[in-house]
Design a protein around this ligand. Sequence first.
Ligand SMILES: *Cc1c(COP(=O)(O)O)cnc(C)c1O
Length: 360
Amino acid sequence: MSRYLNPKYETLAVYTPGEQPQGRQYIKLNTNESPFPPSKEVLSAISSAALADLRLYSDPECVRLRAKLAAAYDTTPEHVFVSNGSDDILNFAFMAFAGGEVPAYFPDVTYGFYPVFAALSGVRCVELPLLEDFSISVPDYCGKDGLIVIANPNAPTGIALSRDELETIIKSNPDHVVVVDEAYVDFGAQSCVPLTWKYKNLLVVMTFSKSRCMAGARLGFAIGTAELIADLNRLKYATNPYNVNRLTLLCGEAAIDSDGYFRARQREIMQIRGETMVALQKMGFTVLQSEANFIFMTHPSADGGALYRELKARGVLVRHFDKARIRQYNRVTIGTRGQMSVFLTETKKLLERGDLHEKQ
Ligand SMILES: *Cc1c(COP(=O)(O)O)cnc(C)c1O
C-alpha cells in the first residue's frame, strides 16, 4: 500500500479468486471452468482481418451481439446489456441499485464477490443465513427494504430455487431490484428471463464463462426492462464504454450461432455430474443436490481442509473455503470423465489411507 492510497480503500477486503497455477499442471476442478473448448465456430471467429481491426475501438453498444442475444432469449435488444464479464455487471448493480439508505440482502453462503462489491460501493449488506440443509428460505427475502441478490443455482452449494419461488420474492419487493445471478442456470435450473416481461424490478445476469466455455474471454450480459438496462449503461458509459473488446465480441456472436454445440456440452456435464455424485455417495460422501457444473461435498471422516490439501499434493485442485459454516466441504467442478475418474480414484485412496479424519 502506498501512502497515496485514498484511506477509504485501506481496509477494503478484496475477492480471493480460485488458484490459477501457472507452473505445475493440475487436474483443475477449482474455478468452475468448462473442461471443453468453445465450439469450432468460436475457434475460427478471429480472422487476421479481425486482428488487423484491433486498431479500431470496439462497438460500445455491442449491437450485433445484443441482437443475437435478444433473439436467443426471446426479447429485444433494448432489454439486453453486455459487459466485461458478469462480475462487472454485478458490480454495476450494487452501484446502481443500493447504497445510502438502501442495503443489499444475500445469503450467508453464496458467491464471495457480493460482499466485496457492497464494500466497494459503501453498501451495507445483510447476510441472511441459509437453512440447515443449505437451501434459501424464500420468506426471508420477501418484503425487504433493499437490493436482493440471489445466485440461482447458488454457489458454492449448487442448489437451485424454482422460478415460482423466485417470482414470490420478486413480486413481494416491487420497490427494490432483485438481481438473479444465473451464472450456472444452463446446467439444469429454470431461468427467470421469462419473468423480465412481467416485473420491472427483475434483473437477470448471465455469463459466457461457464456454460459457454469462455471464461477467459470475459463476457457477461444481463436482461431486464429497458429502464434497468439504461441504468447499467449509465455506469458503463461513466467508466469504460469500450469494456468488451473486439475479439471477445466476435467470439460471443459465434457462440450464440453455435448454441447446439454448447447445449450438448451442458448435457454432457450434467450426465457426468450424476455419475460423480453416485460414486461419491458410495464412498460415504454427502453431496448436495446440484443444478450447476460443480458439486459441494463433505465426508464424516475426512476434514475438508485436509482433503483439499492432499488432493492438491496429488495434482487435483478443488476449492475449499475457510469459512466456519462450510469448512468441512469442498467444491468440485465437473470435468471430463477422464478427469473425474482421476479425482475419484485419488479421493478413494485418501479415504482408505484413513488419516484425513482430524477435523480442525
Ligand atoms: C463465475 C461466477 C460469476 C462470474 O462470471 P464472469 O462472467 O466470469 O465474471 C458470477 N456469479 C457467480 C455466482 C459465479 O460463480
